[in-house]
Design a protein around this ligand. Structure first.
Ligand code: SIN
Length: 575
């Protein structure tokens, strides 16, 4: 197990107070709010608007309707999370959510409005009320992203670096003190560089590219989770990868980012049927097609197994032309671009990897288990999702916890300023005494390269393993899992570890990250011998309350160590 990626020595260094990695809702809100308290450097892997946020269709959930309450939102979230949500984290989410959404509106986000001028709310799976705010019909993420980027343009104190892959954490005396990164561009800050900061916020998004077919964009290669694990941080609940039930079926061998058909289409009345036209979700759950996402994904997979069909169908013809054009223009265009007209024919659908409910373990202020390192959004595990995220809680989580992180950063920056005044020796830190962790020792940047050269590219994987990791994970660690399949995945992933890269490059770093993340998912999925939420074991088909707790994984020396931690503040059923 490597604890840093082999890379050239940093050719440039920049100093800031806070470095935020990622430009989805979590990263942008953190950056905007943190800039009120210090200098911020915002780093993003591609263009500022290329992450998962802009692909979010359905919306953002919050108890905004007069007849709705945070308590009801809490209950729906706990039920979806099947006993593994942290109740206090969920309470934070649902009570702070409505005001946070209103602040998003004040900042310039235009949600769709009802005729009376209030925010128009829809339903999605697992919600007993209409509480999903949406924008542009089905382009909610794109609108939130637009509004936040407009605010970013007018903000002072935020520097942006695009096209930069973050590599590793820089540690100083047990604290995160910055990151190394590789900028894939041209100009002054090109190639490998170092950002030194008083705090690091990871908001790098998801890991869907671990699987062959996913709703995630190509940038979602689990870089944040891998970086945190290499630095020794704890990750948790990684086995709970959510498969979105209704992703357009483009054929059995389709790979890469697949077109999402939002749950909101079912929320507005679309039905799931098999080839014979039977509504197979009716009778499987009281909410039928609007059951929580894991239940619908399992219903679809079960029906596919029962009928031998390669996919199911989403019938939304009865919604009518006008409704389709007004409410789901993006999905309508996407269907038509693939030769499907949802006004006249049902849409072929299958489940595909969509969202990591687990991630880097944090408290309710985004602190990870490493001092100075914060995590926010999909890369984090705050405890709000449990075994299965409730639809449209993800944008809300990114928003609410980013605001909380900004408050924690304010305190941290103030404390750092006081400490600097009190102890002039600490100025050494900003004068170049920053160190990079390697093999448990603290080495300077130059020594890191020397060590890297001595070891060649040991541990850095050849880019060709990327596709193989996806194949292994989809075949053996997808919607339906078993001990046998997971053992095969473990064996095949271990075999890939010997395929080292000829030299450092973006594709090799990404493949190495994917491999670490995939290995950690398989380790946790193998340990959890029950079916719960989005973790479905055909050999252990029932939930087993001996497993009410979390699998916490860490890199320890050469191995991945996974331990079980019994639950603390969880409820198994709704009150
Ligand atoms: C959807 O629109 O169905 C996706 C929303 C989500 O993942 O919460």
């Amino acid at each position: 197990m490597i604890d840093t990626l082999v890379a050239n020595a940093p050719g440039w260094t920049v100093e800031t107070d806070v470095v935020v990695i990622g430009s989805g809702i979590a990263g942008l809100v953190t950056a905007l709010k943190a800039a009120e308290h210090g200098r911020v450097l915002l780093v993003t892997k591609a263009l500022l608007d290329a992450g998962s946020t802009r692909w979010a269709q359905g919306g953002i959930a919050a108890a905004l309707a007069p007849e709705d309450t945070p308590e009801e939102h809490l209950e729906d979230t706990l039920v979806a999370g099947v006993g593994l949500c942290d109740v206090e984290a969920v309470r934070t989410l649902v009570t702070e959510g409505p005001a946070a959404v209103r602040r998003l509106i004040e900042l310039g986000t235009h949600f769709d409005l009802a005729e009376d001028g209030t925010v128009s709310l829809t339903r999605e799976g697992g919600h007993h009320r209409r509480r999903i705010a949406h924008a542009g019909g089905d382009a909610t993420g794109a609108e939130i992203s637009r509004a936040l980027l407009a605010a970013l343009k007018h903000s002072e104190g935020i520097e942006v670096i695009e096209h930069a892959l973050v590599l590793d954490l820089i540690m100083d005396r047990g604290r995160a003190a910055g990151v190394t990164l590789h900028v894939m561009g041209e100009g002054q800050r090109d190639g490998v560089g170092a950002v030194r900061a008083k705090a690091v916020v990871l908001a790098t998004g998801g890991l869907g590219q671990v699987f062959s077919a996913t709703t995630n964009p190509t940038v979602s290669t689990g870089d944040g989770v891998a970086l945190a694990m290499r630095a020794g941080a704890e990750v948790t609940d990684l086995e709970f990868v959510q498969f979105h039930p209704t992703v357009m079926f483009l054929g059995p061998d389709a790979t890469g980012q697949q077109p999402l058909i939002s749950e909101a289409v079912r929320g507005e009345g679309a039905h799931l049927v098999d080839a014979s036209g039977t509504r197979f979700m009716v009778g499987r759950h009281e909410l039928a097609e609007l059951a929580p996402r894991d239940v619908v994904a399992k219903g679809i997979m079960n029906r596919m197994l029962e009928t031998g069909e390669s996919h199911m169908l989403l019938d939304a013809r009865h919604l009518g032309r006008r409704f389709w054009e007004d409410r789901f223009p993006t999905i309508l265009a996407s269907c038509r671009s693939h030769g499907i007209d949802p006004l006249t024919e049902p849409i072929p659908v299958v489940p595909a990897a969509h969202y990591a409910s687990g991630g880097i373990r944090t408290d309710r202020h985004g602190h990870t288990t490493l001092p100075g390192l914060y995590a926010c959004g999909e890369v984090a595990c705050t405890g709000v999702h449990g075994a299965n995220r409730l639809a449209s809680n993800s944008l809300l989580e990114g928003l609410v916890f980013a605001e909380r992180i900004a408050l924690a950063l304010r305190d941290e920056l103030e404390a750092a300023a006081v400490a600097q005044q009190d102890a002039p020796a600490r100025a050494l830190l900003s004068a170049g005494a920053v160190t990079i962790r390697r093999g448990g020792a603290a080495l300077s940047g130059d020594l890191l390269v020397a060590a890297g050269r001595r070891e060649g590219t040991a541990g850095l994987l050849d880019p060709s393993v990327h596709g193989e990791i996806q194949r292994i994970m989809s075949a053996h660690c997808g919607v339906l899992r078993s001990a046998e399949g997971l053992a095969t995945a473990r064996r095949e992933l271990a075999a890939l570890a010997g395929r080292t890269a000829a030299g450092p490059c973006v594709e090799a770093w990404e493949a190495t990250n994917l491999h670490l993340v995939a290995s950690a998912i398989v380790a946790a999925a193998g340990r959890r011998e029950e079916t719960r939420g989005s973790h479905w074991r055909e050999d252990f088909p029932e939930a087993d309350d001996r497993w009410l707790g979390h699998l916490v994984t860490r890199v320890q020396g050469a191995v991945l160590a996974t331990r079980f931690e019994p639950s603390r503040s969880y409820r198994t059923t709704a009150a």
